[in-house]
Design a protein around this ligand. Structure first.
Ligand code: SAH
Length: 405
């Protein structure tokens, strides 16, 4: 019976760590070492393709041969990721001679250090040692990860160091299904003091906010669209200056027809720290949810996302519909229902076939999702007949139907 291990957080920035072995175990161990900033020396005659990619990108050094004791000169830590017991033992012996801790994938009892099961939540790292049983450690780690993911509120009491001053995060909420927000977006949402949400943001995400979070519904701001945008910018800046962590939650991706850029500039000009968390955009997710891939081998090698909120003949339009009519690939039109008759007529007039398959997907990835299949020539009329309403995405191209069995 040995004593219990002594836990440590090794700060490996710039420090030499030797990994012996180039197979599956090394492939899994190396990324966390690189993430910790370690100066990794990999000793192995052969490498997996993933390890080779690290070598090619110059993220680590590779000695393409078998281990020799001198490989450990200057090292702080060694990880043995080979399953030949005699070879592993010789690494252990060389490490012990040099007083270097040695992790053994092949034999935990022969190791002088154990790697824990880990889960990371922003700045917080939780490491679990299972008393010699890695599977027990992973089970407990999974339970802790689930608890932390479900937990409401920041991981630490009171403002963390980097949140002591106010700041803003522009977060993409995804297309509609609350599960389609990113892991980072979700974490920031649970840490927010103020949430400024759009109309298209999944309601369930807001349902789960702590009661003390101030929720600002940006769609309820009176005044016209441009005045309302100024108002939103002001709310972001004012709340952040008062010390709050403000999450500006936007449908889809913040920069896809979302005015995210204007909000970023407003914060930056006011000296408020601001970050952007990309989101799953409806322009790709809505077709996908309806079984339409925006590209498909042998069918479409391009997709173009375009806003249809202005009619093609509007002087304010920045879209060259004539040029788009000449493309063979997939066309995804957002905010295009109102102007669809004029848009499709323009595309046809400039050469796109009226027989081109087209589809409309309404409220994609939600319980209310509806889809209409048609052609470029008929879709504008079919849409009215089917009573399709916004928010909806129009997809034009041979990818519509590409996955039909
Ligand atoms: N930033 C958003 C788009 C904002 S513009 C994104 O990246 O998804 C708003 C338009 O997006 C709507 O008019 C509609 O065309 C489209 N849209 C957003 N959510 C949608 C959904 N769940 N289903 C279909 N279209 C959607």
């Amino acid at each position: 019976m040995s004593s219990s291990p002594y836990p440590l957080g090794l700060r490996l920035d710039g420090r030499r760590v030797v990994v012996v072995g180039g197979g599956a175990v090394a492939t899994r161990r190396v990324p966390a070492l690189l993430d910790a900033g370690a100066d990794v020396l990999l000793v192995a005659p052969e490498l997996t393709p993933a390890l080779r990619a690290h070598v090619n990108a110059a993220r680590l050094r590779w000695a393409p041969r078998r281990f020799t004791p001198e490989d450990l000169d200057g090292a702080w830590l060694v990880q043995v990721a080979i399953d030949d017991p005699a070879a592993a033992e010789s690494v252990s012996a060389a490490a012990a001679e040099r007083r270097i801790f040695c992790v053994r994938a092949d034999d935990r009892t022969a190791a002088t250090a154990w790697t824990p099961a880990v889960t990371r939540h922003g700045p917080v790292t939780v490491a679990v040692l299972g008393g010699g049983d890695p599977r027990r450690a992973m089970t407990i780690r999974d339970a802790i990860r689930d608890l932390l993911a479900a937990r409401e509120g920041p991981l630490v009491d009171g403002p963390a160091l980097d949140t002591a001053a106010g700041r803003v995060a522009l977060v993409g909420a995804g297309p509609g299904d609350p599960e389609l927000i990113t892991v980072r977006g979700w974490r920031l949402l649970t840490e927010a003091d103020v949430v400024v949400a759009d109309r298209l943001v999944p309601g369930l995400l807001l349902d789960e906010l702590r009661p003390d979070v101030e929720l600002v519904d940006a769609s309820k701001i009176p005044y016209g669209p441009s005045r309302a945008q100024e108002e939103i910018n002001e709310i972001l800046v004012d709340r952040a200056r008062a010390g709050a962590f403000v999450v500006r939650l936007k449908g889809g991706d913040p920069y896809v027809f979302g005015r995210g850029g204007e909000e970023l500039l407003a914060c930056a000009q006011a000296g408020v720290p601001v970050t952007v968390v990309p989101g799953v955009t409806s322009s790709i997710a809505a077709p996908a949810a309806a079984g339409i891939p925006v590209t498909h081998r042998g069918v479409a090698h391009e997709f173009t996302v375009v806003s249809g909120h202005l009619a093609p003949d509007s002087p304010a339009s920045l879209v060259s519909w004539e040029a788009l009519a000449g493309l063979r690939g997939t066309l995804v039109i957002l905010m295009g229902l109102k102007n669809l008759a004029a848009i499709t007529a323009t595309l046809i007039a400039h050469g796109r076939s009226p027989q081109t398959p087209a589809a409309v997907v309404q409220e994609a990835t939600t319980g209310a999702q509806r889809m209409l299949r048609s052609t470029l020539g008929a879709v504008a009329a079919d849409l009215v007949a089917a009573d399709i309403r916004p928010p909806a995405v129009v997809v034009v191209g041979d990818v519509v139907g590409a996955l039909d069995a």
